[in-house]
Design a protein around this ligand. Structure first.
Ligand SMILES: [Zn+2]
Length: 81
């Protein structure tokens, strides 16, 4: 028998608050991403000091929407010169 979402909610009134507002967990490792800074190459351009999130366990990198937007803007600036 499968556990439905509805019964799960009913049976756990005190659900643990796992999700912190600013913390993202790697879905594979359930480990909190840490913020890293590195040089990123995009279409032959090197962007220095790019911020990203990296899982310390599997080293998978992830950009937040804000970080991604910054990269896009900087890439656009580079290509226009
Ligand atoms: Zn991971």
């Amino acid at each position: 028998m499968r556990l439905g979402q509805k019964s799960l909610e009913k049976n756990s009134p005190n659900k643990p608050n796992v999700m912190k507002a600013s913390a993202l967990l790697c879905p594979a490792c359930c480990v909190e991403y840490v913020e890293v800074e590195f040089d990123l190459e995009v279409d032959g351009f090197i962007l220095h000091n790019v911020n990203a999130l990296r899982c310390p366990a599997c080293e998978e990198e992830l950009f937040t929407p804000q970080q991604y937007e910054t990269i896009r803007k900087r890439t656009k600036d580079s290509t226009e010169h």
